[in-house]
Design a protein around this ligand. Sequence first.
Ligand SMILES: Cc1cc2nc3c(=O)[nH]c(=O)nc-3n(C[C@H](O)[C@H](O)[C@H](O)COP(=O)(O)OP(=O)(O)OC[C@H]3O[C@@H](n4cnc5c(N)ncnc54)[C@H](O)[C@@H]3O)c2cc1C
Length: 486
Amino acid sequence: MNVLQSREGPPANPNYDHRYDAIVVGAGLAGSAAAITMARDGLDVLLIERGSYPGAKNVFGGVMYTPTIRELVDIDSAPTERYVAERRYSMLTEEDEIAASVSIGDWHEPPHNDSFTVIRGDFDEWFAEQAVEEGATLITETTVTDLIREDGRIVGVETDRPDGAVRAPVVVLAEGGNSLVSESAGLKETDHREHIAVAVKEVLEFPGDSRKIIEDRFRLVDDDGAAYHYFGKGAVGDAFGGAFLYTNDDTISVGLAYRIEDAVTEKISPQDRLDEFKSHPAVAPIFRDARTVEYGAKTIPEGGASAMPELVHDGALLVGDTAGLVLNNGVHLEGTNMAVESGFHAGKAVVKAFGSKATPRPADAATAGTESAGQVRADGGVSNTTRPSVTVRASDLQSYPDSLEQSFVVENLEHYEWLINRVVEDKQLLFEDLPEALADAAAEYFTIDRQPKQTHGRLAKERIMHTVGGLRGAIKLGWRYRKMIR
Ligand SMILES: Cc1cc2nc3c(=O)[nH]c(=O)nc-3n(C[C@H](O)[C@H](O)[C@H](O)COP(=O)(O)OP(=O)(O)OC[C@H]3O[C@@H](n4cnc5c(N)ncnc54)[C@H](O)[C@@H]3O)c2cc1C
């Protein structure tokens, strides 16, 4: 395979004189999707990853959404942990919980609603391998430090390896949310503070038969998994955001994400906030005796469609989190599907831009699991093939933003753009007053005493109506959020 460094092997030194058709910065989901798409259509692709293997540096919550991956590769060979059989949404006050659980019969059948918990270290490595199988060359433990420009066009990358400049007419920037290369090259602005969430996450295991304990505590059988989402004061205090809890095969992932602005103004650190959440009476029993085996922190771009940067430049495209393509609105935390979809459309646009300009790879390069003599030498270096000079302008790549615009990615970002702003405006009502009112109303409604049920029902209704501002307030609130069900 065209892997110049893998989990097992020592670093090999590629020959940087080689000109590729396209260089992809970052072997995450967006990067590998772009590499698969381009390599499959015959382009000579170099995929550069700074981690010691793809996924080594990746932090995410835990649910991989796979509709586009399924179209691209054989998903059955993917290293997934569990499919999501139950989704649970909980409002937490400081002591109480009001929850709704969704468990659909069809989710137990393939394709399992295309929702799987995964470990990114395993999944990203497998996904990048699919690009290698298509003929792409993967270099790990190599950080792209800058872009090379000529006559205003991007024509390659600088890396942290000795003599580490590599050239190609197109560079796909798939470096994730912390997109230092794109920002320093002026391809996008640094995200505004109100468009970033800070996230912390732990992976926990239980002593003894961890898998069995998880199945018992979450009422799971076989490969069933659970995705729990928590909101309100008991989840993230006064911050705007939420907490999550996902089941892997024999570990659980727990974390929370909230606006970085709140992290700055709140007196408590995200880690302490996570510890507080884990000790909430509604969830503490789940974590009994659990041991943290992994910890990570990361930022999530959540600016929506209007915060998206220019997606194409002369010689470059921005994909995935680098392009701000994450839907994080409380109910949905989806970035994996958007990353893959954008990588796919970007890859297709590059193929289209090249047209017949690409130098065909040697026939065997596209054969799964083989090394192409034309690409990787026996010493692991890349051979010095002469490439034709190809110029790719932003206008040649326009089909990428055009097709993304037509896809669920931009549709979803646009559709929910208003939601975050509205929820922020109503934060006190939605995350504090209403959960407390619902908990009080539920306590009232289910009270067992010597009063008639009707009395408790009336008092429960009054408690909620008082909080939302009576009938007028309830209608106004429904109207403010009507787009959610459109
Ligand atoms: C805590 C948390 C929870 C989340 N939970 C979910 C969830 O449950 N479901 C969901 O769908 N989404 C979730 N997301 C969002 C999701 O993880 C991202 O949207 C998705 O991973 C984006 O993929 P990407 O390929 O754009 O970037 P990434 O997955 O971040 O990949 C970028 C890659 O580029 C590499 N790289 C970066 N810079 C360089 C460089 N200069 N040179 C070489 N390599 C470089 C990195 O090492 C990395 O491998 C979550 C995010 C966070 C932070």
